[in-house]
Design a protein around this ligand. Structure first.
Ligand code: GLY
Length: 269
């Protein structure tokens, strides 16, 4: 999940892979998961990698009626202890939310919970945080009404929100960009204009990766100078090394097959 700072990453919520995962939506990176047992092994390695970095990981049970349920990032937007429950942008994913919402409400006692309604639509995967600056993708899943609701919350918290139009070939903002640290964005050249993120705070920088490594641009920065990266993206890996981060490389081919990336499979709360 891309809406918390590094120092806020201590607990992560994930969800098991259902038998029905082979029917996950797949129109961008993937053409559909092919191996559920491998997906489960990769998911388990993902959870173990987070645990090895000191994160307390909870795994909710799979929901067979919702093949995409492992992609929990889309179901809640957690910012500084506030929870925005969006109306997910794809109708087949709307009813994945209740168990996640119930869990967060129980575990985040006292959190302010807001629910989107009406025509507002948003997938959590469209939000990216760089320190105190937020970006939202206007995408096939996130519309202007949804963005307005996020903006209201962020203004209440005194944070700035910048809108980025997501190109047709991409699902979410986090499908094409991530913040491995609180002052670094990585994104693929050619997917977004060079000024898409606008002027960044002093000390922050965007590093542009080759377009062939678009999928690798989704990373998860973890406390202790660590970063989870997908296997097979050498320029991204080299950049993480250059930045002084210790990379934990994970084979997530079956996440990719279902159009999911590393951040999609967790919510930090
Ligand atoms: N398969 C992930 C999604 O389309 O939301």
């Amino acid at each position: 999940m891309a809406t918390v700072r590094l120092d806020q990453k201590s607990r992560a919520l994930t969800r098991s892979v259902p038998d029905s995962y082979h029917s996950a939506l797949a129109n961008y990176f993937g053409s559909g998961p092919t191996d559920i047992e491998l997906a489960r092994a990769q998911h388990s390695a993902y959870c173990e990698a987070m645990k090895a970095s000191g994160i307390e990981v909870t795994v909710l049970s799979a929901d067979e009626n919702h093949p995409d349920c492992i992609f929990v990032e889309d179901q809640a937007v957690i910012i500084d202890g506030h929870v925005l429950l969006p109306v997910p942008g794809h109708p087949s994913r709307v009813n994945e939310q209740p168990p996640i919402a119930d869990y967060l409400i129980e575990k985040m006692g006292g959190a302010q919970i807001c629910r989107m309604s009406g025509d507002a639509r948003m997938d959590g995967g469209d939000i990216l945080r760089l320190g105190d600056l937020f970006f939202v993708g206007r995408s096939s899943r996130t519309n202007d009404e949804g963005i307005k609701e996020l903006e209201d919350l962020l203004h209440h918290l005194n944070y700035e929100l910048r809108i980025i139009d997501i190109p047709e070939g991409a699902l979410h903002l986090t499908s094409i960009a991530s913040t491995p640290t609180d002052n670094v964005i990585i994104a693929p050249e050619g997917m977004l204009s060079k000024d898409a993120f606008g002027e960044l705070p002093e000390g922050s920088e965007v590093y542009w990766m080759p377009i062939e490594e678009t999928y690798g641009c989704n990373t998860i920065g973890l406390p202790g100078n660590k970063v989870l990266v997908a296997e097979g993206y050498p320029t991204v890996l080299e950049k993480m090394q250059e930045l002084g981060l210790e990379s934990v490389v994970l084979d997530v081919s079956q996440f990719r097959a279902g159009d999911g990336s590393l951040t999609c499979c967790s919510l930090f709360y």
